[in-house]
Design a binder for this molecule. Structure first.
Ligand SMILES: [Mg+2]
Length: 465
């Protein structure tokens, strides 16, 4: 059967889009994919369901609190519902509910009208999107899983990249470089990193069986360290740490040569002065970009760094809504913009961000740590937006990742590309519930269980009296 015939199997021939109404929303939570993820199902009065995803590590409550505000509505009015709920989202994971629901609404609209999402975004600029491949700095075990103990060895990481060259990835990105940097020393007032490590150890060690208040106190202490902005800590990198980074890069380049693009992510906590030192050290090794060196809202710091080094800069995965990208783009502070469809505000908002970046002459790479629902949402934006250079894949070592959903394409990443399906909506037929059960988050072991207690969640939300 061709794709068109296949598509008709999954369209409700009695679907009446103008009479479609949202009747329910339920969730399924999994872990280890490679992180915690929550899937959304939005049910309707015509038997079709829309699929969404709350991005890695976010709270499911961000979506549940919106349920009462979309019940009874026609999901095909995607933008109207998005404008209603967007006030309940914020940056990074706090955008998870709004963005995940927006994706599910597009899926429903596509299923109701019998067309793929990219058609509703204006059609294609390309048939498939190049994918760039994450290489964790702690390296891979022989079976492809990520090793627990650190390698931090440029020769070995170069080897991991070289092994994957035949898979035709667009380029590579190394993540988790903090231990490489901090392992070689830092200086600063107090001992922020030591204190943070100690807090984490205390929190891990206590476990939930320990004294309840002590457990929560330790966990919240760690939370406070985790949420402290790097430039406020006064940490300075030693010259030895920068030597270690340069040596790592030289060893990696010896293995893969000069023509393979490699980006550096999670480069460590630092202020503007050390970021300039680092950028300058990396210039002659032609890396693709340094990512999220500062929090994204520090536009002035990005601008100072970009004026001080020719190493390209990239940020955006934590930014919610198009308007929050504008200052970074208009100031010329970044070389690549990097939104995540499940943080930016969903499918249409991410396309708008791409269009705005194009107007400022900046390409868009798409951050993507998602499961297949988020990946397909990114793919539909990716083919329908002109300046998209690549979509990220940092799940390639999770062997069951492709099987989370049923439907085409059978292999989501193929020969270094991702291709959106021509099936209606996102092109995902259903979830593989058996697999979801197997990997269910122990805190929420019952998948797709009723959420009736959220139906009446409603309040006076307008910003004036
Ligand atoms: Mg990143």
């Amino acid at each position: 059967m061709n794709d068109h015939g296949e598509a008709l199997r999954f369209v409700n021939p009695y679907s009446a889009p103008s009479k479609l109404r949202i009747t329910d929303m339920r969730l399924a939570d999994i872990t280890d994919a490679p992180t915690k993820t929550t899937f959304i199902k939005i049910y309707t009065n015509q038997g079709i369901c829309g699929f969404g995803e709350i991005r890695d590590g976010a709270s499911r409550t961000y979506a549940l609190m919106l349920k009462g505000r979309i019940l009874g509505e026609n999901p095909c009015n995607v933008d109207r519902l998005f404008q209603r709920i967007k006030q309940f989202g914020s940056h990074s994971r706090q955008a998870g509910g709004v963005s995940g629901i927006e994706v599910a609404l597009w899926d429903l609209a596509g299923k109701a009208y019998g067309i793929p999402v990219y058609r509703m975004l204006g059609g294609k600029f390309r048939d498939r999107v190049p994918v760039y491949c994450d290489i964790p700095l702690n390296g891979f075990e022989p079976d492809g899983s990520v090793s627990a103990d650190g390698v931090y060895d440029g020769k070995k990481i170069g080897g991991h990249i070289k092994e994957r060259l035949c898979q035709n990835w667009a380029f590579y990105k190394i993540g988790g470089m903090e231990p490489l940097m901090y392992g070689k020393g830092y200086v600063g007032p107090g001992s922020f990193i030591n204190d943070w490590d100690a807090a984490r150890t205390r929190s891990d060690g206590l476990g939930k069986s320990a004294d309840r208040l002590k457990y929560f106190e330790a966990r919240n202490r760690e939370y406070q360290y985790m949420n402290t902005e790097p430039s406020l800590t006064g940490i300075r990198l030693t010259e030895e740490a920068l030597d270690a980074l340069e040596e790592f890069t030289i060893e990696m380049r010896k293995v893969i040569g000069d023509k393979i693009q490699v980006a550096y992510d999670h480069v460590g906590r630092m202020g503007i002065n050390d970021a300039i030192r680092m950028g300058r050290r990396l210039e002659k090794y032609n890396i693709a970009w340094m990512e999220d060196v500062f929090p994204w809202y520090r536009t002035d710091q990005y601008l100072r760094l970009s004026e001080a080094t020719t190493t390209p800069l990239c940020t955006g995965e934590d930014i919610y809504l198009k308007e929050n990208f504008e200052e970074l783009l208009s100031s010329g502070a970044v070389d690549v913009i990097h939104p995540d469809v499940l943080t930016a505000g969903g499918i249409l908002e991410t396309k708008k961000i791409g269009d705005m970046a194009e107007a400022y002459g900046v390409p868009m790479a798409m951050h993507m740590v998602e499961c297949p629902v988020g990946a397909m949402a990114a793919a539909h934006v990716g083919v329908a937006t002109n300046n998209v250079m690549a979509i990220e894949n940092c799940n390639h070592w999770v062997k069951w990742w492709n099987d989370i959903v049923i439907g085409k394409p059978e292999t989501i990443f193929e020969n270094g590309y991702i291709t959106p399906s021509d099936l209606p909506g996102l092109g995902i037929v259903d979830f593989n519930d058996e697999l979801l059960h197997e990997h269910a988050d122990p805190r929420f072991p019952d998948i797709w269980s009723p959420t009736d207690e959220w139906d009446e969640e409603y309040s006076v939300d307008r910003h004036w009296c």
